[in-house]
Design a protein around this ligand. Structure first.
Ligand SMILES: Cc1cc2nc3c(=O)[nH]c(=O)nc-3n(C[C@H](O)[C@H](O)[C@H](O)COP(=O)(O)OP(=O)(O)OC[C@H]3O[C@@H](n4cnc5c(N)ncnc54)[C@H](O)[C@@H]3O)c2cc1C
Length: 430
């Protein structure tokens, strides 16, 4: 027989990052629509009003357009004071050349926010935290915030949540603890967390000449760098690096290797600094009877739009819990299918990132490809296939599957063929 939530039941959410707050918001909205009366407890020890890594869930803070639309569906319109910048363009810096990609669809907004309350060293005490804002929205709808770390979750016919001083018997447990701390579930839950990579991040003052609405991406240097992004956030610039074997001095190595001293100032001063983990593979066993993991703790889009994934995994988990039930088989039938779709899409993403890194290491390929992009600038915006491809790859605005088939479409091959012919023609002429 299935297990269903009923009036008076207790739902415990571990983690008050985006996934936890979204889960609470979806749950409180949907249960009201169904006239169901549940108690919702949200456990989060972090104080997001503190500046620096201690009050922050360490990320570049770019919000995708699909997430912004998702928030609107919950009647959440982000207040102006949260928005640090509106991203209008991405600039890809390749071998000293800058390729500018404009937002192809002006209706699709991309914003940057602070997850905490700004850099550790800051003269701006008014920076507002996105994560705190979401927590406040969940509290307003009726979630009760418990400012404690969950030390352990045991199983006694249902999940029992233990903090340092209290224990709570939950009818449903939602695990939203991300990937930057150990999940507190006992072994009998069988939860196996996602595989992760380590990134490096810092924040510096944004030079007055640096654009406030452009994300700049860099590749290739130093060795092992997959990509580095400079994201404007009000008067600051966030630097986020993803790569293999990043050293403790990765940010300085990056600034030096990319020759950025001149544009960022001779010695950009580190105002924050952290080395958070990013999920690169889904968790194994991420649901069971009366429990389900959401957000990074379950599955997220590869390298992009993790906050958006938190929104949509939470939404699906709650829809399953209230629509079908909270048994392992309920979650397997619907929620797992949704998560597998994200994981399958990441497989396409993995192939695209591998092709991208091969292109970056092959000067001839890179040149052909740069020529194609430049030639494309003459086309009408809607015909700029490679611009759309790159925009999708770097903003997370389109599924990797779509981008994969866009790249392997006849039009794309035709453009590559023409690029190759031009390259040969130019060589013969010179
Ligand atoms: C360098 C970097 C840059 C990124 N940039 C972006 C970006 O620009 N845009 C984007 O969309 N995504 C980005 N991401 C990904 C994004 O940070 C994550 O996908 C997102 O934070 C996941 O949200 P979450 O709620 O699942 O986990 P988290 O944000 O990690 O939140 C987990 C919460 O659970 C709490 N918690 C943990 N353990 C316990 C416990 N035992 N008891 C109680 N509470 C607990 C933590 O304190 C934390 O608040 C980036 C990631 C990295 C590493």
């Amino acid at each position: 027989m299935g297990i269903r939530l009923s009036d008076g039941d207790l739902v415990c959410v571990i983690g008050g990052g985006p996934a936890g707050s979204f889960a609470a918001l979806h749950l409180l909205t949907l249960m009201r629509a169904r006239n169901l009366n549940l108690e919702v407890l949200l456990f989060e020890p972090r104080d997001f009003t503190k500046p620096g890594p201690g009050g922050c869930n360490r990320c570049a803070g770019i919000l995708s357009s699909r997430l912004i639309r998702g928030l609107e569906s919950l009647n959440i319109i982000l207040p102006e004071e949260l928005v640090q910048s509106r991203v209008e363009a991405y600039v890809l810096n390749l071998d000293g050349e800058a390729i500018r990609l404009e937002q192809p669809d002006r209706q699709r907004k991309i914003l940057s926010v602070y997850r905490g309350s700004g850099p550790r060293i800051s003269d701006n005490p008014d920076v507002k935290s996105f994560d705190q804002y979401l927590l406040d929205q969940a509290s307003l709808l009726g979630a009760k915030l418990i400012r404690s770390r969950v030390r352990k979750v045991s199983w006694e016919n249902r999940p029992v949540i233990h903090t340092a001083h209290e224990s709570y018997k939950a009818d449903l447990l939602i695990l939203a603890s991300g990937v930057n701390s150990r999940a507190p579930l006992d072994d009998e839950f069988g939860y196996s967390p996602p595989k992760t990579s380590i990134m490096a991040q810092d924040e510096i003052l944004r030079p007055s000449t640096w654009p406030e609405d452009v994300v700049s991406a860099y590749f290739q240097r130093p060795a092992g760098l997959v990509f580095g992004a400079l994201t404007p956030k009000g008067k600051y610039l966030n630097i986020s690096l993803l790569g293999k074997g990043l050293t403790t001095d990765a940010i300085n190595d990056f600034i030096e290797a990319q020759d950025l001293e001149a544009s960022l100032g001779k010695e950009p001063i580190s105002l924050c600094g952290c080395t958070p983990r990013i999920a690169i593979r889904p968790a194994r066993t991420y649901f069971g009877n009366r429990w389900v993991a959401v957000g990074d703790a379950a599955v997220t889009r590869l390298y992009k739009d993790g906050i958006g994934s938190s929104f949509f995994t939470s939404q699906e988990a709650i829809k399953t819990a209230l629509g079908s039930g909270i048994s392992r088989s309920d979650f397997r039938k619907t929620y797992a299918k949704f998560c597998s779709k994200i994981a399958r899409d990441n497989t396409y993403g993995g192939i695209l990132y591998r092709l991208w890194s091969i292109t970056l290491r092959a000067p001839v390929l890179l040149k052909i490809w740069r020529n194609i992009i430049q030639a494309e600038q003459e086309d009408r915006p809607e015909h700029r296939l490679w611009a759309r491809f790159l925009w999708g790859m770097f903003t997370g605005d389109e599924t990797y599957r779509n981008l994969f088939w866009l790249m392997f479409s006849p039009t794309s091959f035709l453009k590559i063929w023409n690029g190759l012919k031009n390259q040969i023609r130019n060589r013969t002429n010179s």
